[in-house]
Design a protein around this ligand. Structure first.
Ligand SMILES: *Cc1c(COP(=O)(O)O)cnc(C)c1O
Length: 223
């Protein structure tokens, strides 16, 4: 059943490996995330069994319906827009939130994490193209956000995430790499640069991504 998923994974692994060999240090780690929106849990489990244990979830409700069916070795990250009133539903079951885009959300994550006695790790989402339709903070405000979040006890910023404007992947990734390097210099614990999707993941690897988030390239196009 579904030989296409295995073929897709094989190709993606090969292309990530190729880009890594060409542009990165040999000990750099680039993780492949399977983005699961609209995909039934049975198909998600196929990729987990094939060794892709990192999952990206976009929708709180959909995730809550599927999570108990996932293999127990899955590591789940939340990558979609997150409303403050939904934080409490996922705080327990995700390892990293990629979509921190405001101080208000940071405060709620901090509050819910404190209740559970945990420290929640997050990425600051950067609106690298300055697009009105996209979430994320403007590149010029990221430093300020990270500095304010560092005052909170139960949340920690581990890096950056971005979704570039259509057709502007390369220039956006280049800007993100520069921003990330600058922030890394004076923020301990900045480790993760999450960028690259089905159409541009190899390019993202070139510019320092260490998590590529791939949906349709693995599971086929979404209906
Ligand atoms: C859907 C989605 C992806 C994956 O997109 P594909 O083009 O299907 O690979 C990656 N990141 C985020 C935040 C998404 O919402």
């Amino acid at each position: 059943m579904d030989p296409d998923i295995y073929e897709n994974l094989k190709r993606i692994r090969f292309e990530v490996g190729e880009a890594k060999a060409k542009y990165r240090k040999s000990d750099d780690d680039v993780r492949i995330m399977a983005v699961t929106k609209t995909v039934p849990y049975e198909r998600v489990n196929m990729v987990i069994d094939d060794g892709i244990t990192l999952l990206g979830e976009n929708r709180v409700q959909e995730f809550l319906e599927k999570k108990d069916h996932y293999r127990s070795n899955a590591e789940v990250h939340f990558i979609g827009r997150l409303q403050t009133n939904k934080v409490k539903y996922i705080i327990d079951s995700v390892k990293l939130i990629h979509s921190l885009d405001s101080m208000k959300l940071a405060e709620e994550i901090d509050r819910q994490a404190a209740k559970k006695g945990i420290c929640m790790e997050v990425l600051a989402e950067v609106n690298i193209g300055g697009e009105e339709s996209k979430s994320g903070v403007p590149a010029s405000e990221v430093r300020q956000l990270i500095s304010e979040v560092s005052q909170l006890k139960n949340i920690k910023v581990k890096g950056l995430m971005a979704i570039p404007p259509v057709g502007k992947s390369e220039e956006s990734f280049e800007k993100m790499q520069e921003l990330f390097c600058g922030l890394k210099a004076d923020n301990a614990g900045m480790e993760i640069l999450s960028m690259g999707m089905t159409s541009d993941f190899a390019l993202a690897v070139k510019y320092g991504s260490n998590i590529v988030r791939i949906g349709s390239g693995i599971f086929g196009s979404r209906k």
